[in-house]
Design a protein around this ligand. Structure first.
Ligand code: PLP
Length: 229
């Protein structure tokens, strides 16, 4: 059953790529498994899925210890600085870096572990009060500061668009994020080349792909609705 849902999402990604004249190999589907049991992740793994996204540090730690090593874990939820040590070295990519202080802590931990931490900067494109992330106009300055830190590599930008009935309404935010990454690349900042764009969730991933997403984070369409108890 999960195999079919994954297949369906992959097909919609391919269709969106076709509409936009993109190569589907440029889009990575991240299966967002937060709140879902290990058994469901194993089922998705058996169907070939290797990219999983988690929001909560405790869940990430628990699941990484119980599931195969060849899974790439994506940290997509708000991260507190005192929990950075559990995430660096476990997550392939931290999508949700929303402050320079958090990036500094990630850098410090990566130096300690002698690894490079790959991150995205989270952008609150719609300026929603309930969401974390840099304002669009703050991003360039943050990139300049973070790029100077050791053992950290900014791969691109991430956003979560508002929940809307009509996903078309979010197209403008995806476009803005893409444009911002193009603008920053054109500044030729030392050590910065951003080409990852993490945008699009169950309700709007097809539009995000049309607008250039390279990573889509899809939970509900793969695993079904979540219940938070
Ligand atoms: C939960 C979550 C998702 C997945 O949302 P769905 O609507 O279930 O696809 C994607 N990104 C982030 C940051 C999330 O917290």
């Amino acid at each position: 059953m999960l195999a079919e849902q994954i297949q369906k999402v992959q097909e919609e990604i391919a269709a969106a790529c076709k509409r936009a004249g993109r190569d589907p190999s440029g889009v990575t589907l991240v299966a967002v498994s937060k709140t879902k049991p290990v058994g469901m992740i194993e089922e998705a793994y058996a169907a070939g899925m290797r990219e999983f996204g988690e929001n909560y540090v405790q869940e990430l730690v628990d699941k990484t210890s119980r599931l195969p090593d060849d899974i790439h874990w994506h940290m997509i939820g708000h991260l507190q600085r005192n929990k950075v040590k559990y995430v660096v070295g476990r997550a392939e990519l931290i999508h949700s870096v929303d402050s320079v202080r958090l990036a500094a802590e990630i850098s410090k931990e990566a130096v300690k572990q002698c690894i490079t931490a790959n991150i995205l900067l989270e952008v609150n494109a719609a300026m929603e009060e309930s969401k974390f992330g840099f304002a669009l106009q703050e991003v360039e300055q943050a990139v300049r500061e973070i790029a100077a830190f050791p053992n950290i590599c900014i791969k691109g930008l991430m956003t979560s668009a508002p929940y809307v009935e009509n996903a078309e309404e979010n197209r403008k935010y995806f476009r803005q994020l893409r444009q911002l990454s193009v603008d920053i690349n054109e500044k030729n900042i030392d050590n910065v080349f951003m080409d990852a764009l993490s945008m699009g969730m169950t309700n709007d991933y097809a539009i995000a792909v049309e607008e250039g997403a390279t990573l889509v984070r899809v939970g509900t369409a793969i695993f079904g609705a979540r219940s938070y108890n």
